[in-house]
Design a protein around this ligand. Structure first.
Ligand SMILES: *Cc1c(COP(=O)(O)O)cnc(C)c1O
Length: 402
């Protein structure tokens, strides 16, 4: 028998995502001077465009770091040792951030909404209303938790917190949502947001950035967890010394790559980028719903409003998720995301879940290809499933593309 995995392999995991050929070509070049010239201009223009993407006119600091570095940057600037934080989670990314903050000396109060539903704003307000002496310095939460694919309504949360007059800063992890799900930092009233290069921004891992508003800048001027490398203040100045912006050597090639991916987003139009993600996400959901009509698969998040547009977590009660992933990688040329953090005692390998990423540089043909391969895999494994999945997904793509 032939093996049908030969051809361009597709890594359909939620980060790192597919790096477009254009971005790869932009990075394939000799090193620029890091003291003056073109790189400084490229870096200036990136700062302007990242702020536009985040929907903010305030401050932005870039770090040579992955997402965890972004987390540490935020915690270091926002808190002093012993400050209290309300750390909301809908999956293991929220939990991981809370653990990191706690490890840095923050007094973390966890508030979990499980792994299948979005934030219940009422329960957040309950906690904040009980905090009459305003000990919570900040509320930490994720826009999208990439493990569960839960998306939170950040605009409502921000409005509700302001509504009760609690001064806590709202700090949001947008690593898996920026460039996939609509996000408007200033219009929604978010104080601090962070993101990274390797998901919706279509670049390799290695750049994290933090946007912070005036309220956060002032509230955090005396935060004592700040160390010289993580301090966001010297990094914000376009007018200052260039080497301060990255606290050392600039991440040269990453900046060229990011410049190209930001150009791609601008050419497509941010609104169109969001609606492409929305259409492709709906195609994936409709296929899973059709397969799962007999219970073999199930979307992890029941409420469509609470689903991420860049990644879908799928439950497989027969716990054959690992087998399915391995079959797709070895026999179809597609790598799916693992059921990260979805395990319990009866399923230590998280085989009861897998994820399809549709984040960043993803077209109809890529998404429909993955879905067709999942259907092949279900067939190869002898998993009986509902019919019509690919037709439904194809119809959503044809009715959504101009
Ligand atoms: C990927 C991700 C992270 C962690 O990023 P790393 O680059 O792996 O450190 C944190 N939060 C969210 C929501 C993510 O999707």
């Amino acid at each position: 028998m032939p093996n049908l995995s030969h051809g361009r392999h597709y890594l359909a995991i939620p980060g790192p995502t597919v790096v477009p050929d254009r971005v790869q070509r932009a990075m394939h070049r000799t090193s620029p001077n890091v003291y003056e010239g073109e790189l400084v201009d490229v870096s200036d223009s990136i700062i302007v465009d990242l702020k536009r993407l985040a929907g903010t006119e305030h401050h932005l600091a870039v770090y040579v770091a992955n997402g965890h570095g972004g987390w540490e940057a935020v915690v270091s600037n926002v808190f002093s040792r012993g400050d209290r934080a309300l750390a909301i989670s809908n999956g293991i990314f929220g939990e991981g951030w809370a653990r990191l903050a706690s490890g840095m000396g923050v007094d973390v109060d966890p508030l979990s909404f499980g792994k299948r539903s979005a934030i219940d704003t009422g329960r957040v307000l309950e906690r904040l209303e009980r905090d009459t002496s305003h000990l919570y310095k900040a509320v930490l939460c994720s826009h999208v938790d990439t493990s569960s694919s839960v998306r939170n309504d950040i605009a409502s949360l921000a409005k509700a917190i302001r509504g009760i007059g609690h001064p806590a800063l709202l700090v949001v992890d947008c690593i898996a949502s920026l460039g996939c799900d609509p996000f408007e930092m200033d219009a929604w009233g978010v104080d601090v947001m962070l993101s990274a290069s390797q998901k919706g921004l279509m670049c390799p891992p290695g750049l994290a950035f933090v946007c912070f508003g005036e309220r956060a800048r002032e509230a955090c001027l005396k935060s004592d967890l700040r160390t010289p490398y993580w301090d966001w203040n010297p990094r914000t100045g376009i007018d200052g010394e260039f080497f301060l912006r990255f606290c050392g050597t600039a991440p040269t090639h990453h900046l060229y790559g990011l410049r190209e991916s930001l150009d791609m987003i601008a050419e497509e139009g941010l609104g169109s980028v969001w609606s492409r993600h929305d259409a492709i996400a709906r195609a994936v959901w409709s296929a899973v719903e059709a397969w799962g009509s007999n219970g073999c698969l199930e979307l992890n998040v029941a409420d469509p409003e609470s689903r991420a547009r860049g990644v879908t977590t799928i439950r497989m009660p027969s716990k054959r998720g690992g087998e399915l992933r391995r079959w797709l990688a070895s026999s179809a040329g597609v790598t799916l995301g693992i059921g990260l953090g979805m395990d319990d005692e009866s399923d230590p390998d998280a085989d009861g879940a897998f994820r399809i990423a549709h984040m960043g540089h993803v077209s109809s043909h890529m998404a429909l290809g993955v879905l067709a391969c999942v259907e092949s895999g279900l067939g190869a494994l002898g998993v009986s499933h509902g019919a019509g999945a690919l037709e439904r997904a194809a119809r959503i793509c044809s009715s959504s593309s101009g």
